[in-house]
Design a protein around this ligand. Structure first.
Ligand SMILES: [Zn+2]
Length: 885
């Protein structure tokens, strides 16, 4: 995925029943945590659903072929928001049926089926008739409403099951290690297109304008990967060897799907080759949904990926260059899951990172392969920095973590699983070498296909392929939380080589003294260069002596594969700052990000960090600049309450980067490099935020023209320019934007316009946006995005508003995203006054074991606000000492 408290207990059964066939033992590991008693193992589901879209309900039947593995009168399976009409079981070989009494536990999301007498061990067939709900947020079977090609209201249906919502669609053993095959049939309006994991097997006309579509049997797979959609769809396809790839979208949007279709056709053979096991299904669709979620953007259902329209369709009216690149990246991510996640699946949510870290890493690798000019390596460093932000706090968690509740499984979709996972894999691939690493992956996929694994299975496979020593490093970085700190001693030039000693400690944003006294230790592969060849050493804690060829500035972590922070001496920083313009782009960015992180957390004064930031040449790599200017923006926000220093920063940024924007021009240029097309909107937004008169004048000119001609602003810059307008809007401007949002029918553009209404700097307008979000006008899945948008500029206002309308707001967010919505709203705040408010919210609304996102936010605000005074004083002094930008 691209992102009810039930207690899950570890049930260790004595042993699997000897009658169990070998294949059955293989698919269920009795040491894997489970909520369900292991009395039965399902092998095949036959599901038929009849949606009633207009009344948001559906009827279903399911026949489950299963083995009872120990004599029992009760079977417990998962079900949520399901009403049972009848339940009966009969021996597979034939015999009379036993009806069951059903009791439902809403909190545990289980149903207990009690039979009149005990079931002996053996094969059975369980038949259930039931009904369920169609949701209006992306959980279980859900509806998305939109305006169709004729501008009329339309409704289409989709499913979203990860982590634990297949149980809202079908009573099932809804845990990843209960793999089974699935037959799905659906009775839908004859005019609609129904889509599932597999191609259609048959279509039958039914009375009442309906048809029954049956799909072919899936391979053995986990329940969270089942998919169904139905609506007024179009589909475009391409043949890749003997497989068909397709994009499914609401009818009328076919022309916007070709970009994604081409990417899909390009990536599939590349992955076939990389993984060494070809994609095993006859087709791979990617289904676009008109809406959004606060929890995820896309989901890797096997053979039928689901992606919200904004992340899949390329619409010249609104899609930016960054948006286009993201379409490729999201597809590369979800397609990597077809192997890592779908073909081979983590046994339990503890190892979710195996899915997400790997797919994130593969996404970058595929992007680099097909689009080297996009410089995806810089994004890899950005991803590492994002992970370190979370991983430097006391409330972080290991990559491999204990997951015991559904809520904890939902919360596991965070920057640690995705971005630290990706960073650690990048480091390990670099350590193993790309060929050995790939051979290890091929062994792993071949050995575990159609089965479940744990993290250790991956390390064993890569070690077996030749990566000696990898497991020790991998275990250190995945089983313990936190970030190593490599402190560099004074260096000396001896006989043309740099002699230096490295000492390993631990980096922490909120427990610096504590971890300095008792640091964790890791096996850290550290690289260094000083103008000659790069050397590598694995440090473990005590000082390590290193001899680095060459006597140029000493650079630790060249290539930025290492997951650690580096604390240089002031002299070393000065030498690196002087050399910065000549370094590779990713090292420029890595050094600046590392330097600023150490300065902002108090490991060093602000000066070394600011010197590095200031050393970035304004004519440097567009991709690096796009990242680096964000550091100035963060700093600007840190200086809140200090208008003189903020003004000095905006003057400096405008003076440094205004000429670069002038050079790029305000409009896209034919044939320009993709990185320029990405830097342009970044600079327009930033300079617009700092109220650069040239940018504001152009924004006003474009806005006036756009009010009479919708094509007056190039589509790829539309949300950028309108963003500048929205931020600085007065009431009349805001009303004009609102009017346009209301009149727009395309889901992506409409969503974008509504979210812009939340950007207003003016507090009264921000409040109007919040009130608008609670009305029916924007649409069920757009409202939460408006609130998030307000929170970026007015966090306290948005949080107070949400808290006073919590029940209403909860209806506008996926169940799986609710506990993290508050974290998102608070993400731009450093106000300690928020801490008691957030803590009270957590106590009132979240189970004790489910409060991690709030704790992370509290830790972050506490650690950042503790540094504010020092940061402001030192930055002001630096700005005065460096008046020229
Ligand atoms: Zn994913």
């Amino acid at each position: 995925m691209k992102s009810l408290n039930i207690l899950l207990t570890s049930v260790a059964l004595a042993c699997a029943a000897p009658a169990l066939a070998a294949a059955q033992q293989d698919t269920v590991d009795v040491t894997v945590p489970t909520q369900l008693p292991r009395t039965a193992i399902p092998h095949h589901y036959s599901v038929t659903v009849t949606p009633h879209a207009e009344r948001l309900a559906f009827d279903g039947t399911v026949r489950i072929d299963l083995d009872v593995v120990q004599p029992t009168r009760q079977l417990v399976l998962n079900a949520a928001d399901i009403s049972f009409a009848s339940v009966a079981i009969r021996p597979a070989k034939g015999g009379s049926a036993l009806a069951a009494r059903v009791s439902v536990d809403d909190d545990a999301q289980t149903a207990t089926l009690t039979f009149p007498r005990s079931l002996a061990k053996g094969a059975y067939r369980l038949d259930i008739r039931y009904s369920g709900k169609i949701n209006t947020q992306a959980n279980g079977l859900f509806a998305l409403d939109y305006k169709n090609a004729e501008g009329k209201s339309a409704r289409s249906l989709f499913t979203q099951f990860e982590a634990a919502d297949a149980r809202r669609f079908v009573p099932s053993w809804d845990e990843p290690d209960y793999k089974a095959t699935w037959d799905l049939a659906a009775r839908v309006p004859a005019s609609e297109m129904a889509v599932s994991n597999m191609p259609r097997a048959s279509t039958k006309t039914l009375a009442g304008g309906l048809k029954e579509v049956r799909f072919q049997t899936t391979p053995t797979m986990s329940s969270y990967l089942l998919f169904f959609a139905s609506g007024d769809f179009g589909r475009v396809t391409k043949q890749v060897g003997d497989r068909e790839v397709g994009i499914v979208m609401t009818r009328g949007n076919e022309s916007k799907a070709h970009y994604a279709l081409d990417a899909e056709a390009q990536i599939l053979p590349y992955y076939d080759e990389y993984f060494g096991t070809p994609y095993p299904l006859p087709k791979l669709d990617n289904v676009a949904g008109p809406g959004q979620s606060q929890f995820f953007g896309a989901m890797e259902n096997w053979g039928a990926i689901f992606t919200f329209e904004y992340a899949l369709l390329n619409d010249p009216a609104i899609t930016s260059e960054a948006g286009k690149q993201s379409i490729f990246a999201v597809e590369a991510h979800e397609m990597a899951h077809q192997w890592f996640g779908d073909l081979v699946t983590m046994a339990w949510w503890d190892d979710l990172w195996l899915n997400e870290g790997f797919a994130s890493w593969m996404e970058t690798k595929a992007t680099k392969h097909f689009h080297p000019d996009w410089e995806a390596d810089i994004d890899r460093v950005g991803s590492r920095e994002g992970a370190m932000g979370l991983d430097s706090l006391n409330s972080t968690h290991p990559v491999v973590q204990q997951v015991r509740t559904v809520e904890q499984a939902n919360q596991a979709f965070d920057a640690i699983s995705y971005s630290k996972g990706e960073s650690v894999i990048s480091m390990l691939e670099d350590f193993a070498g790309p060929d050995v690493w790939r051979d290890g992956i091929r062994r792993y996929v071949a050995a575990h296909k159609y089965r479940n694994t744990r993290t250790g299975d991956l390390w064993s496979a890569v070690e077996a392929a030749g990566a000696k020593g990898l497991t020790t490093i991998a275990n250190d970085f995945t089983n313990q939380p936190g970030i190593p700190l490599i402190s560099v001693g004074q260096s000396q030039c001896v006989g043309g080589a740099t002699q230096v000693s490295l000492t390993q400690g631990q980096f922490s944003a909120d427990r610096m003294q504590e971890v300095a006294a008792r640091p964790q230790s890791w096996h850290v592969p550290v690289k260094a260069s000083a103008g000659g060849a790069t050397v590598q050493v694995v440090t473990t804690g005590p000082a390590t002596q290193l001899s680095v060829p060459g006597c140029g500035p000493l650079l630790i972590n060249p290539g930025q594969y290492g997951y650690y922070r580096t604390l240089y001496t002031p002299q070393q920083v000065q030498a690196l700052a002087a050399r910065l313009p000549q370094l590779a782009g990713m090292d420029q960015y890595g050094l600046i990000a590392n330097g600023m992180a150490l300065s902002l957390t108090g490991y060093q004064p602000m000066q070394p960090g600011l010197d590095l930031l200031d050393a970035m040449p304004a004519n440097g790599s567009a991709k690096v600049l796009q990242r680096v200017v964000g550091r100035w923006e963060d700093l600007y926000d840190q200086l809140d309450g200090n208008p003189a220093a903020q003004a000095a920063i905006s003057r400096r940024v405008i003076r440094s980067y205004g000429p670069r924007l002038a050079q790029l021009g305000f409009s896209p240029r034919e044939g320009e490099p993709a990185v320029d097309a990405i830097l342009r909107p970044t600079l327009i937004s930033l300079l617009g935020k700092y109220q650069d008169p040239t940018v504001l004048a152009e924004a006003s000119r474009l806005f006036a023209a756009w009010r009479t001609d919708a094509n007056a602003i190039p589509g790829s810059l539309k949300s950028t320019w309108l963003g500048v307008i929205a931020r600085n809007a007065d009431a009349a401007t805001w009303d004009a934007l609102h009017e346009r949002a209301r009149a727009t029918t395309g889901t992506v553009e409409r969503t974008s316009l509504y979210q812009l209404l939340g950007r207003a700097r003016d507090e009264a307008l921000a409040r109007r946006a919040l009130e608008l979000a609670l009305t029916d006008e924007p649409g069920k899945t757009i409202s939460s995005g408006i609130m998030t948008s307000v929170a970026a500029g007015h966090p306290r206002l948005a949080i107070d508003f949400v808290l006073s309308h919590l029940a209403q707001v909860n209806q506008l967010i996926d169940i799986s995203g609710r506990s993290r919505f508050m974290q998102r709203l608070a993400s731009s705040s450093r106000d300690p006054a928020l801490i008691p408010i957030l803590e009270a919210y957590a106590r009132a609304n979240l189970g004790e074991s489910d409060r991690k996102p709030i704790q992370q936010t509290v830790d972050r605000i506490r650690s950042e606000s503790a540094q504010t005074q020092r940061i402001q004083a030192e930055t002001s002094a630096w700005l005065q000492a460096h008046p020229q930008g």
